[in-house]
Design a protein around this ligand. Structure first.
Ligand code: NAP
Ligand code: HSE
Length: 427
């Protein structure tokens, strides 16, 4: 049987899962391709580090160019992460005629367009299924299975760390900091958690999905991002009482006029398919003009689920090599759609305001909302200690800029102690 040699850059969480699947399922994989996949080299930084998976052959190297420059290697899987040196290594591998598989959302979101063009110009494949939502096959779903649709909307829970934190806060009533340190000790959250909890990981992922769905380049910096540090146990409790769950939702909406792509903590009604996607699980909801609504739910991170996506892409490349049909890159950007301003978007909103418990406090706030064309769907007031009251407002669909302008004016009222939270509500 023909051998296809694969070089792997990185042997951490994803690299070791990838190698394990290739080794454990070798016979089935060979049968599916009609060729044998041979992991011929794996690049790491530290040769002495203990590894979770033992390689069948002594193939570790600390020189990535042993992979990018090896003429026998046909597929390079980049599983290092970050933009550099990953990007330079991928460029070098493409220049040397390799097909590329990557799990690297930051690299794909920031410089993926140029890399895909380089791969296409060289007649090589460029696949990236693992870069969004780990084991969930959302890239192939959008790029191939739904390619006949006009995708109207995507909404996703695409970051497992924040979903784990919000789920624990919901189930245990615990504060953000406490759950974050638990997640760090369990190895779910990084020691430096900003990429997850401040929303940047989700920002990269939704930029990739929007680009696939709308066929447009998406500048990552234009994707509005709001993390979850300011979500309090009180918001979670109040949202629950109102019949909602708070989730970090990455959304992309497209029309011929432009697109809106953003990441925000959002209240979801319990009937929404993403409301019950809990723990480290991810979920992606897609609305297409032909297919209607569909939701994919699964493991968005971890060694084997992410390795599953990487191995799927390696098999895809290998089949194309066997068929003499490489050169396929996901269709992403044929034009540049404008990014529509978030301020002019419409949504329901939840706002929690603390006031001095005095006559006319509620009326004063209601008047300001009305003056800004913000129509109220429901309002709940509760007396609190220290002669304060908490007022929770849920609006009808209103313009985002009107809500923010109203809340700024409300904040300045002498009777208002604080505007604690303002969050979008999805129906
Ligand atoms: P990781 O555990 O930190 O592993 C990174 C690997 O890259 C390590 O083996 C490291 O070597 C190696 N490496 C780093 N710099 C290198 C260099 N200059 N030359 C050679 N090797 C180098 O990271 P990971 O979690 O597997 O993530 C890999 C990629 O997958 C990232 O793009 C990440 O965003 C993406 N991803 C991860 C997950 C997940 O669940 N972890 C899910 C989806 C996507 P040493 O082992 O010697 O340090
Ligand atoms: N840090 C990411 C998460 C890993 O928590 O979802 C998967 O991309």
């Amino acid at each position: 049987m023909r051998e296809i040699k694969v070089g792997i850059l990185g042997f951490g969480t994803v690299g070791s899962g990838t190698v394990k699947i290739l080794q454990d399922n070798a016979d089935a994989i060979s049968a599916r391709i009609g060729a044998e996949i041979v992991v011929s080299r794996v690049a790491v930084r530290d040769l002495t580090k203990p590894r979770d998976v033992s390689l069948h052959a002594p193939t570790l190297t600390t020189n990535p160019q042993d992979i990018t420059d090896d003429p026998d290697i046909e597929i390079v899987a980049e599983l290092i992460g970050g933009v550099e040196p990953a990007r330079t290594l991928v460029e070098r591998a493409i220049a040397n005629g390799k097909n590329i598989v990557t799990a690297n959302k930051e690299m794909v979101a920031k410089v993926g367009h140029d890399l895909r063009i380089a791969a296409q110009s060289s007649g090589k494949d460029f696949f990236m299924e693992a870069s969004v939502a780990g084991g969930i096959p959302i890239i192939a779903t959008l790029g191939e299975s739904l390619a006949g649709n006009q995708v109207r909307e995507i909404a996703g829970i695409v970051n497992g760390t924040t979903n784990y934190i919000l789920t624990k806060m919901t189930q245990e009533g615990a504060a953000f900091e406490k759950v974050l340190s638990e997640a760090q000790s369990l190895g779910y959250a990084e020691a430096e958690p900003s990429s997850d909890v401040d929303g940047y990981d989700a920002q990269y992922k939704i930029a990739i999905l929007a680009s696939l769905a709308f066929g447009s380049r998406v500048n990552v910096e234009d994707v509005q991002v709001e993390g979850i540090r300011h979500i309090s146990p009180r918001d979670i409790v109040v949202a629950k009482e109102l019949g909602y769950r708070i989730k970090l939702i990455a959304t992309a909406q497209g029309s011929p006029n432009g697109m809106r792509v953003r990441v925000n903590p959002t209240l979801l009604p319990l009937k929404h398919p993403l409301a019950t996607v809990d723990g480290v699980f991810n979920g992606v909801f897609v609305r297409g003009d032909a297919v209607g609504d569909l939701t994919l739910i699964g493991r968005g991170a971890g060694s084997l689920p992410t390795g599953s996506a990487v191995v799927g892409d390696i098999i895809h490349c290998a089949r194309n090599i066997v068929a003499g049909a490489t050169g396929r890159v996901p269709y992403m950007a044929s034009h540049d759609l404008p990014m529509l301003p978030a301020a002019s978007s419409w949504s329901k909103f939840y706002a929690r305001v603390r006031v001095l418990d005095r006559p006319k406090a509620l009326a004063a706030i209601a008047t300001i909302f009305g003056d800004h064309d913000v129509s109220i769907e429901s309002v709940i007031q509760r007396a609190m200690p220290d002669e304060e009251a908490e007022i929770v407002w849920v609006t009808h669909e209103v313009r985002e800029q009107d809500v923010h302008a109203a809340l700024a004016t409300i904040h300045a009222l002498p009777v208002v102690r604080s505007v604690d939270t303002a969050l979008r509500v999805m129906e």
